[in-house]
Design a protein around this ligand. Sequence first.
Ligand SMILES: [Zn+2]
Length: 151
Amino acid sequence: MKCPYCGFEETRVLDSRVDSSGFTVRRRRECLKCKGRFTTYERYEFGPIFVIKKDGRREKFDREKILKGIMKACEKTPVSLEDMEKAVDTIVNILQKSGNLEVSSTEIGKLVMEQLKGLNEVAYVRFASVYKDFREIDQFLEVVKELKNEK
Ligand SMILES: [Zn+2]
């Protein structure tokens, strides 16, 4: 990082400490040329994730939207809102960990299905039917069969 005073590219770190939250590192630096001192911070950065839709449009990742989709699939099932929230958190975590700034809607659909599979079978099949866009009853039955085989 360049010196803010003279633009020189080499600086030395005088002091480096993690703040009380444990999530930020603060560094005191000194420019090797003009001896000017300045502070830099190192923090986590979770930039916005963009979803690439099937038609190629990009849209900002929306946690609420995922939650709504899960809620809809879990309607009239014993799945609690807390479990649904957890499922969304897990999905967001996976996305952030991957470090990718773009993710396809197909990929998100897969992640949601994985979560629903562990929560409730009815919800899983419901979501799968929308996500996989079943046109034939056979396709639907196949998913149900797969589910049974995995038991
Ligand atoms: Zn300088």
